[in-house]
Design a protein around this ligand. Structure first.
Ligand SMILES: [Cu+2]
Length: 480
């Protein structure tokens, strides 16, 4: 192991103390947060280190001047920061284009090259900006895309370059040839397919991608080919291909990818004959999975798909699959915040007492939200207690979750685009438990009921609807 350089140690200590001041300011809600002070005259690495340590809110407050190249790292940080609001990315792109006297494509390809391979959401945002440019502008920069493909850029930049090249050419032939000639590039071309705006272009790719999925020996390429197919051709033939992969592919990654892709195909396109064998194959796969890993995303996706398939099967066939899933798996409940409406998309769900459950909370909204599970009848008390809580200094703490026996479980406070999972055992005592977003002011609209029943089979034979805890009348619908 190499020793850290003394300057790096000094840097960490000094900056740690320096960055404390704006955080302390946050603790006093009456005071406006002060912009964090950044030492701009240090070496680039040290400036980037300071910026990396800031939260998104702090980064957005950092002083910057568009005519001064010393502030370039601030703009680069804004452009490449995960989950930052779109206006800051736009601002940074406009300034960097001027500052570097470069085209937006060059600035965006350089930004994409800085994005780690696993950070797909940020790569998607930058890719969206790249492809949103006018067709003429993109065409003038065709050479840049070819260079990015031939050069040693990161995976996200390569992905962007292929998507842009296909868009400029209005055809995929040349991009496809280039991807075949560069090791590891086909995966990136395939990941770029979902960003193509032209329906014609996407349609033209469906035959070569289906052929590739059938012939490639590389599991990563096969996974991405199957995923891309579901984006461009969400029909019965693709459903059958994906179902074959779930039933027969020896590679777990490829099966997981096929299961995710199947979720993209609308139920109206499902071929009736494949639904039951696929549902049975999914049940068998879940039974093979050790119980300890059944809450991992790939298994959760499989359980969810299994439940959707079971719902499409008639009578006893569907009930049988549901029973098997219930016996071997965890009940998965997906709840999303509805953008700009301050509500959850699910009014209520039912779960069996004492059984394992996972709530997957998705936040596609620009606002922050969380989800707190509470005792029956506790919604007002939890909501009002949370509303008076100050925002904590510790960024890892769960803000707005009252320290109360009424609270059973709580997610993190999610920024836009984030997902959190709560895995727990349902309470042993049946009842109408509540779930609520405790971000101040949200609780009056953003809530629902977790109906805990003694026996789910018995409940399904004679279903009941829980009461809306704000009106005390039964919910009119389960989904918003
Ligand atoms: Cu909320």
């Amino acid at each position: 192991m190499t020793q850290p350089r003394p300057s790096a140690i000094l840097c960490g200590a000094v900056l740690g103390a320096m960055i404390l001041s704006p955080l302390v300011a946050h603790a006093r809600p009456s005071q406006q947060p002060q912009p964090p002070r950044i030492l701009m005259d240090l070496p680039l690495r040290a400036v980037e280190y300071q910026l990396d340590r800031l939260t998104n809110d702090e980064l957005a407050l950092v002083e910057r001047k568009e005519g001064d190249v010393r502030y370039r790292p601030v703009y680069v940080a804004l452009l490449t920061r995960k989950n930052i609001a779109p206006q800051f990315r736009q601002e940074a792109l406009a300034v960097l284009t001027k500052m570097d006297k470069a085209g937006p494509s060059q600035v965006l390809l350089e930004a994409l090259a800085r994005i780690p391979g696993a950070d797909t959401p940020t790569a998607d945002k930058l890719l969206g900006l790249l492809l949103a440019q006018p067709a003429d502008t993109l065409r003038q920069q065709r050479d840049r895309f070819v260079q990015a493909i031939d050069g040693t850029t990161g995976p996200a930049a390569v992905r962007g370059a292929y998507a842009a090249l296909m868009t400029v050419d209005g055809a995929s032939d040349r991009a496809w040839q280039a991807a075949l000639a560069h090791e590891g590039h086909m995966v990136e071309l395939l990941r770029g397919v979902r960003h193509l705006a032209s329906a014609e272009l996407r349609a033209g790719l469906s035959t070569p991608i289906a052929a590739l999925a059938a012939s490639t020996k590389d599991a990563a390429t096969r996974s991405e080919a199957l995923a891309a197919l579901a984006w461009i051709r969400p029909d019965a033939a693709t459903f059958d291909l994906l179902a074959q992969a779930v039933m027969n592919d020896p590679d777990p990654e490829a099966r997981a990818s096929a299961i995710r892709s199947l979720q993209l195909i609308p139920q109206s396109a499902w071929p009736a004959a494949t639904i039951e064998p696929l549902a049975r194959a999914i049940v068998a796969r879940i039974k093979e999975t050790p119980p300890g890993v059944r809450t991992q995303p790939a298994t959760v996706d499989a359980i969810q798909l299994g439940e959707k398939l079971a719902a499409a099967l008639p009578g006893e066939a569907g009930r049988g699959v549901r029973r098997d899933l219930r016996a071997s798996g965890v009940q998965i409940v997906r709840i999303a915040a509805v953008p700009e409406q301050m509500i959850f998309d699910l009014n209520w769900f039912v779960v069996e007492a004492g059984k394992p459950i996972q709530i997957v909370l998705e936040n596609p909204d620009a606002m922050q939200h969380n989800l707190v599970v509470g005792q029956p009848g506790s919604i007002r008390e939890i909501g009002m207690a949370a509303a008076t809580m100050p925002r904590p200094v510790d960024p890892d703490a769960r803000p707005y979750v009252p320290d109360s026996p009424l609270v059973l479980r709580a997610t993190r406070l999610l920024n836009g685009g984030e997902v959190d999972r709560l895995t727990f055992r349902a309470p042993d005592k049946p009842g109408e438990y509540v779930y609520v977003c405790t971000f101040p002011g949200h609780w009056v609209r953003m809530y629902g009921v977790m109906l805990v029943v003694q026996n789910l089979d018995a409940w399904e034979a004679a279903p009941t609807v829980p009461a809306d805890p704000m009106t005390n009348k039964p919910f009119a619908s389960q989904r918003k």
